[in-house]
Design a protein around this ligand. Structure first.
Ligand SMILES: [Zn+2]
Ligand SMILES: [Zn+2]
Length: 162
């Protein structure tokens, strides 16, 4: 399966490979993500940084302000400036990979919809996928295996991850 999890930017200068499926996939409807993408929401695959292998190019971090004050670094292709992933709060071990940059973006589906309080009104959320007005408790939603992976990064402390 991992062989399918390749992606890249629009111009092809950056190519990457995910070493495994992500821990979880967020569909975030917050205003930050709408503004950053120019779209209705962002799709982020949460995965350990050491499972993201660069096959070509070197994305450059660009700091993006957020209302919470928690800095987000958006890693962009140095040529075409497409965003490939983000890190939040200086946590370098965890990447939020933009699912739309995968060669097969349909391969990873959201496990949760978050910040639906600012969801655009014409979007109908699918039945059966949890949705939250703001953030949620990953300990109640993630599969056990993913929580194990998460603990390897953060320990037991609850962490808010958009
Ligand atoms: Zn590019
Ligand atoms: Zn967001």
């Amino acid at each position: 399966m991992a062989a399918d999890l390749q992606g890249g930017c629009a111009c092809g200068a950056v190519r990457y490979q995910l070493g495994s499926p992500p821990m979880f996939v967020h569909c975030c409807h917050c205003r930050d993500c709408q503004r950053h993408t120019g779209s209705a929401f962002v799709l982020n695959a949460l995965i350990e940084a050491d499972r993201v292998t660069l096959l070509a190019g070197h994305p450059e971090p660009v700091p993006a302000p957020t209302p919470s004050g928690t800095p987000q670094q958006i890693y962009r292709c140095p040529s075409c400036r497409v965003a490939l992933w983000s890190t939040y709060g200086g946590v370098q071990k965890l990447r939020f990979v933009r699912v739309g940059t995968l060669d097969d973006a349909a391969t990873l589906k959201p496990g949760v919809h978050i910040y639906v309080r600012s969801k655009l009104p014409w979007i109908t959320l699918p039945e059966g996928v949890p949705a939250f007005e703001a953030y949620y408790d990953s300990r109640k939603l993630w599969p056990a295996e993913s929580l194990e992976r998460r603990r390897a990064i953060f320990g037991e402390a609850p962490v808010t991850l958009k």
